[in-house]
Design a protein around this ligand. Structure first.
Ligand SMILES: Nc1ncnc2c1ncn2[C@@H]1O[C@H](COP(=O)(O)OP(=O)(O)O)[C@@H](O)[C@H]1O
Ligand SMILES: [Mg+2]
Length: 719
């Protein structure tokens, strides 16, 4: 079988990699001697004269993962039941020990291709074609593959070391000791060249971390990569690791990624090597030289697939030579970018017609690619791997298991506690405002007295505390949404499950909730002089505390349902307002309209139980002088409860508290169920879609050949 490697280009690439090691390797764990050794080994293993070069034998030799995809189509349905293809019949492969770059103008389907290869496409998107790992259709065990998304969802309040260490504790199996996990984390930090920034907080736009000089964009990206490679995945996907970075930062990030495949022999173990697939938006010439293979897409079609260094020649022979002094990757992207065609036409003015349009250029390139020896080789290789189907289970490594639930919960609790402590917006700002408000309440209701007039005052004070103070719990929502983003990424990457997250978050917030209900509670209880007696105060604070967790739980549900935090705040506030109106204070229970407001809103509004419990706590057993001065009539607390506040007196105030606690449990569990169903829903539909897709491949052999895959009895997606 013909070799796909283009020997003449090897030395250059390796030489370049060698240079990276020299320039960026100060913090590396490897001595330059070792690196040179590794690179030499790398070169030797790719020596074109060596008999071991046969591509199909690579998986065995390197125990790496050989990823192939054949005739991959991805379509989305647009409105009116039309479907739009995003990827059209792509065929290609990624080899162990190589960096494959996916390039193309924005919107050409790079992220979609990565998602499809990593098995992360949303269930609404349909996919057909074979994606095989070492010739097998298999899902990768946790830790064998990793995906670094385009946006950095990181906990901004943590330092680099903390973030990586916590992540190591969460991800690495329990059989590793704490010291080993720590060592792995430290080593990975050095590998990503972050040794100088270990004690810097990641920083971001969040509360309390803004304007505090965190990491640079490139460093953040490297932290994201660092976290994903802790498990030493053999297959690494990166979506635009360099977007938004300047050319120097991009080069540094990419050189670290490229160095990973050199390092991987050492870190994965003897003979191990990593397969890296990265989509890259706008590589500089230097970055471009780091790529081993290149996959060039235009509007979902393959324009070129093959050695990165042979791309220039391919463009030249197809009639689009790269002008001297121009960055080849810029030239490629410019040639195949359709977005600015109109502007170009205008610019070129009279030249229109003389120069081929972009559409024509793309067609020429696609045609020329299909006719090239390269394309034949790719297809042959993919077919060969598929037919050999050897058992490469050894290459997948031992089944990797992450830390157990019981290890993860305390780690998540500690991490979340630290984050809440450092993120001023989570609880501290609220505590300050609560204290201010409690002092305000204390001063306007100061020494409330036991006159008849105080009945109304006590009622209003309690109502304000039970509704407004709990309402303000919404203030912590943006911070929680940030938490959810991090959770979303980590769960998708399989670090831990929803239950661990909910348990960790619930436990870590308890000390803060106690603090923000106790201090303002005490101020607004004792300054006005509400009902004396320890038991009454404890009840009062317990209700405040329970209401705060309750509103927090409701806001979590909102966060689980609406991803945008601005819409979330509006929805959450609207929901609270509605409950408040139905709670039986603004309109007394007997006067509430029967439909909707009384049944069911009054009964499901937590304000009802909070008001009534607190009113009972305050008035039961007290007596007040009657309204008419001079006569010796008195009003008992029970009469007030029954006639003025229309409280249900059939049960004690403790029942009200228990109902509230029950609601807390209900809402927390509901949140967990929502998060879990989102997760399950995805897997169930994915399994269903996969089954359907298999059927379509087996049965629906479509004789109508399309230009993209006409050479072979073609398969067209059909659903
Ligand atoms: N879920 C989706 N529904 C509809 N269109 C989508 C969806 N995902 C991606 N697309 C479309 O597919 C094309 C490719 O998207 P993407 O893979 O994100 O491009 P890239 O990463 O190359 O910028 C875009 O035109 C985009 O609008
Ligand atoms: Mg993208």
């Amino acid at each position: 079988m013909a070799s796909i490697l283009h020997p003449s280009n090897h030395y250059d690439r390796q030489h370049n990699k060698n240079n990276i090691e020299e320039t960026t390797g100060e913090n590396s764990t490897f001595s330059s001697l070792e690196i040179t050794g590794a690179v030499e080994m790398e070169i030797a293993s790719r020596n074109p004269n060596s008999t071991a070069i046969d591509q199909t034998r690579l998986p065995e030799d390197h125990q790496g993962l050989f990823l192939t995809w054949e005739d991959l189509w991805v379509t989305v349905s647009t409105e009116k039941n039309k479907s739009k293809p995003i990827l059209q019949g792509l065929t290609g492969y990624a080899k162990p020990g190589e960096l494959l770059a996916i390039m193309g103008p924005s919107g050409c389907g790079k992220s979609t291709l990565l998602d499809a290869l990593a098995g992360r496409l949303s269930s609404k998107i349909r996919q057909s074609g074979d994606i095989l790992i070492n010739g097998h259709e298999q899902t990768l065990a946790y830790g064998t593959s990793a995906y670094v998304t385009q946006d950095n969802a990181l906990i901004t309040t943590l330092t680099v070391r903390e973030a990586v260490h916590y992540s190591a504790q969460l991800q690495l199996t329990d059989s590793m000791s704490a010291a080993q996990k720590k060592e792995r984390a430290e080593m990975t930090i050095r590998e990503m060249g972050l040794a100088d920034a270990v004690d810097t907080r990641i920083g971001g736009s969040g509360w309390g971390t803004a304007n505090k000089g965190g990491l640079s964009g490139g460093q953040k990206r490297r932290v994201s990569i660092c976290i994903e490679i802790l498990t030493r995945p053999k297959l690494l996907f990166l979506d635009e690791p360099t977007s938004g970075l300047d050319s120097a930062a991009s080069y540094y990030v990419m050189s670290r990624i490229a160095a990973l495949e050199v390092h991987s022999r050492r870190s994965i173990g003897a003979g191990g090597s990593r397969t890296i697939v990265a989509s890259v938006h706008q590589p500089s010439a230097e970055v471009f030289r780091l790529f081993d293979s290149l996959c060039l897409l235009s509007a979902g079609k393959m324009v070129y697939f093959g050695p990165a260094s042979a791309a220039n020649e391919f463009f030249a022979t197809s009639g689009f030579p790269c002008p001297t002094l121009q960055n080849p990757s810029d030239h490629f992207l410019k040639t195949i970018n359709k977005d600015f065609e109109l502007e170009k036409d205008i610019e070129q003015g009279f030249l229109v017609g003389a120069v081929p349009t972009v559409e024509e250029a793309i067609d020429t390139l696609i045609k020329s690619y299909k006719e090239s020896e390269n394309y034949q080789q790719v297809r042959r290789l993919v077919a060969e791997i598929y037919s050999t189907k050897q058992d490469y289970s050894e290459a997948l490594g031992k089944k990797r298991i992450h830390a157990s639930f019981l290890t993860q919960c305390p780690v998540l609790t500690r991490r979340s506690f630290k984050n809440m402590y450092r993120d001023l917006g989570y609880y501290w700002f609220r505590l300050a405002i609560y204290v201010g408000l409690a002092l305000g309440l204390g001063s306007i209701y100061y020494n409330i007295g036991d006159k008849n007039r105080s009945i109304q005052a006590r009622g209003s004070l309690i109502m304000f505390l039970a509704s407004f103070l709990t309402f303000m719990t919404i203030g912590g929502f943006p911070s929680f949404v940030e938490d959810m983003k991090v959770f979303g990424r980590e769960r998708l990457n399989g670090h831990y499950g929803a239950t661990s997250f909910v348990v960790g978050n619930t436990l870590s917030s308890q000390p803060y909730l106690i603090l923000i209900s106790l201090i303002p509670g005490a101020l607004s209880y004792y300054l006005p002089g509400l009902r004396p007696g320890g038991e009454h105060f404890v009840y009062f604070v317990s209700v405040l505390y329970t209401c705060m967790i309750l509103v927090e739980s409701q806001m979590m549900i909102v966060a689980g349902l609406v991803p945008n935090f601005l819409i979330g705040i509006i929805c959450g506030a609207g929901f609270q307002g509605l409950m408040l109106l139905g709670g039986g204070f603004f309109r007394l229970p007997r006067d509430l309209p029967k439909q909707f407001w009384k049944y069911p809103l009054y009964y499901i509004s937590f304000h009802k139980y909070a008001y009534q419990g607190l009113f009972k706590n305050e008035f039961e057993g007290l007596v007040f002088p009657g309204k008419v001065v001079g006569r010796s009539n008195i009003v008992s607390g029970e009469e007030i409860l029954r006639d003025i506040w229309q409280v249900e007196l059939g049960y004690s105030k403790w029942v009200d508290l228990f109902v509230l606690l029950g609601m807390v449990a209900f809402y927390r569990i509901l949140f967990l169920v929502i998060v879990k169903t989102a997760e399950k829903g995805k897997t169930i539909t994915a399994i269903f879609a996969a089954a359907r897709h298999k059927r379509s491949i087996q049965i629906m052999e479509n004789p109508v050949a399309t230009p993209m895959h006409g050479e072979k009895g073609s398969r067209v997606m059909s659903w």
